[in-house]
Design a protein around this ligand. Structure first.
Ligand code: CAP
Ligand code: MG
Length: 439
């Protein structure tokens, strides 16, 4: 008998079916509560239970909607629960998360709870759009076939006028970068109005494309209230843009879904910034894994997603975890590996998402980044471009030179001998400069 009366959720012989949504949680019960008991609290509160046996429960509900706790791993303190997909509204991500990542976090019986992985059922998976363009689509319209897409974020993050922003963007594009991105906290300020920034920066892009003969991309940050985001997306489209950028976690999943639908109408790709993810992902015993956030993002349908730099840059994110996320957003089928991919996931043709490595990167990071994350990524350099001693254009050129050296298998120090911009970047950020800095 459980607290839910005869609603017994534990069934270690249960084999999840294609119509189940599978969840893996790392659970830390309070003292005196067993892992099994904690799992029952989770299974009940996230589905059809409440704190006590209720007289209004009926056998039909129990039969069709009761989840099954099919694995309790005491050693790793992980439980796996299979939920009938009938419990969830197709196409409604906020609704799904209100069950599997809702009240359960607040239950007194749990001192910590982390949602490690979500295995979507086929039907639920197919109720979402997935990326409109995906990796192949992005490579097609940027005309960058095999190498990483190289980009910068205009810095300082905020403070520049629209004119200054556009000028710096022009310098970065002329210096050799493919992408210029607004920073995550740059929206529409008194000193840098969104509409004015768009008009000036897209004009700068046209000049840069004409002068370089290369496709240049502007990731305009439309993050705002949802109706305003739609208005901003429409302006980006009118000015010839191909991408919009959204801070997906501060904007919220419902608005990301709305903008995904609207982006379909406008034919715009979505660059997903993950600002605030650390509030959910940092504690490996509590919150939600970045893997789960990445799967939700791919399912709703972003085209590019920040996933970390595998500890090469300034942000936290261990290499094996970042690489597991890269596999999850790129592969057609991902098999459970009981470490990061707790659950198997067949993506059934949902397009792959282009991984974005960003945060604390300088041109010197490119060889290591490529060796770890490959070339099917976007690399973004904010301080690592505008911090170049000779300014943005030289910083952009140094980044391009670092990629060229990496592609040719030449060491950066060797390549710098006849590439002054890279040489100056090495002087500022190379090992010798670090020694000097520590003296
Ligand atoms: C990078 C960045 C990005 C971070 C986000 C910043 O600037 O613009 O937002 O990359 O981190 O504001 O820090 P720098 P993540 O290149 O100057 O560090 O990609 O891990 O979400
Ligand atoms: Mg930023």
């Amino acid at each position: 008998m459980t607290i839910y009366g005869n609603l017994d959720f534990v069934d270690k012989h249960y084999k999840p079916t294609k119509t189940d949504v599978r969840l893996a949680y790392t659970v830390t019960p309070i003292k005196g509560t067993t892992l099994v008991r904690a799992a029952e609290y989770i299974a009940g509160e996230s589905s059809i239970g409440t704190w006590t046996k209720i007289m209004t429960m009926n056998p039909h509900i129990a039969k069709t909607l009761k989840p099954h706790i099919y694995k309790v791993d005491k050693k790793r303190s992980v439980v796996k629960i299979a939920y009938p997909e009938l419990l969830f509204e197709p196409g409604n991500m906020p609704g799904i998360l209100s069950s599997i990542a809702g009240n359960i976090y607040g239950m007194k019986e749990l001192s910590k709870l982390r949602l490690d992985d979500i295995g979507f059922s086929d039907k639920l998976l197919k109720s979402f759009k997935g990326p409109q363009f995906g990796i192949a689509g992005i490579r097609k319209f940027t005309k960058v076939k095999n190498r990483p897409l190289l980009g910068t974020i205009v810095k300082p993050k905020v403070g520049l006028t629209s004119e200054q922003h556009a000028d710096i963007a022009y310098e970065a594009w002329i210096g050799g970068l493919d992408i210029v991105k607004d920073d995550e906290n740059l929206t529409s300020m008194s000193f840098n109005n969104f509409d004015k920034r768009m008009k000036l920066t897209f004009a700068a892009r046209r000049r840069a494309e004409k002068e370089t003969g290369e496709v240049k991309i502007y990731l305009a940050n439309i993050t705002a209230e949802t109706d305003e985001m739609k208005r901003r997306a429409k302006l980006v489209k009118k000015l010839g843009g191909e991408f919009i950028m959204i801070d997906i976690l501060t904007a919220g999943w419902a608005s990301v879904q709305t903008i995904r639908n609207y982006a379909q109408k406008l034919g715009l790709a979505i660059h997903a910034h993950r600002a605030m993810h650390g509030a959910l992902t940092r504690d490996k015993k509590h919150g939600m894994s970045m893997l789960s956030i990445a799967k939700i993002s791919r399912l709703i349908g972003v085209d590019q997603l920040h996933i970390g730099t595998a500890n090469i840059g300034k942000m936290e994110g261990a290499p094996d975890e970042v690489l597991a996320i890269e596999r999850e957003i790129e592969k057609e089928v991902v098999y459970a590996d009981e470490v990061h991919h707790a659950l198997h996931q067949d993506w059934h043709g949902i397009k792959p998402v282009l991984a974005v490595a960003s945060g604390g990167l300088s041109p010197l990071a490119i060889p290591k980044l490529v060796s770890l994350m490959g070339t099917n990524i976007v690399m973004q350099f904010g301080g690592g471009c505008h911090g170049h001693p000779d300014g943005t254009r030289a910083g952009a050129t140094a980044i391009r030179q670092s990629w060229d050296a990496t592609e040719q298998g030449i060491s950066l120090s060797q390549y710098a001998k006849n590439h002054p911009e890279l040489a100056r970047a090495l002087m500022k950020w190379g090992k010798k400069s670090v020694k000097k800095r520590t003296k």
